[in-house]
Write a protein that binds this ligand. Structure first.
Ligand code: HEC
Length: 157
């Protein structure tokens, strides 16, 4: 009996550990803002324009930040880069203020890959800032900054 109970406990632990690995990897990226799902085309555009501007403001001083302020900057950037993917939903193409080029949707794989790379750079900023690795943090800020122009040059009016 006792042995059985022990092996059951061990099996449960192993299953729990097995599940934790992928769950943990997913935890690294936050979920997109649930409000995005019900936004009108104009709201999608306005929201992403505001987030683009917010990112630009953060980027201007990000390299000089350290510690908690650096982690906070990275957290905001990461959330915005996660939100951009649903904010560029197809339905926003009909919005009057939309200034993304049609190629953004035609080449969705290339366009969204730049957002995913930006997410990874923001994540690297956050991890490095949390570990007190200032050189790694600044390098990730530079990587993130380089992706702005790469995308705008091809996918933006
Ligand atoms: C993967 C593509 C992509 C990346 C990466 C990207 N942007 Fe943009 N950005 C766009 C598109 C597309 C628009 C056009 C806005 C629209 O239609 O909503 C835009 C618009 C903007 C605007 C104008 C917002 C307005 O009010 O019209 C600013 C400012 C901006 N981006 C800053 C940045 C900065 C700073 C970065 C990097 C930290 C960046 N963007 C990264 C695609 C991108």
């Amino acid at each position: 009996m006792r042995l059985n109970r022990l092996s059951l406990a061990a099996a449960v632990t192993i299953i729990a550990l097995g599940n934790m690995v992928p769950l943990h990897a997913q935890d690294a990226l936050p979920a997109p803002d649930p409000a995005i799902a019900s936004m009108s085309p104009d709201e999608l555009v306005t929201t992403r324009e505001n987030k683009m501007k917010e990112n630009g403001g953060i980027l201007r001083s990000a390299a000089g930040l350290t510690g908690a302020a650096a982690e906070e900057a990275a957290t905001t950037l990461l959330q915005n880069y996660v939100d951009f993917i649903p904010l560029f939903d197809q339905r926003s193409q009909s919005a009057l203020t939309n200034s993304a080029l049609p190629i953004a949707w035609e080449d969705w794989a290339g366009f969204s890959a730049l957002f995913e790379q930006s997410q990874q750079a923001a994540l690297a900023m956050k991890t490095a800032a949390g570990a007190g690795d200032q050189a790694g943090y600044v390098k990730a800020v530079e990587t993130l900054g380089g992706l702005c122009g790469q995308c705008h040059g091809k996918y933006r009016l």
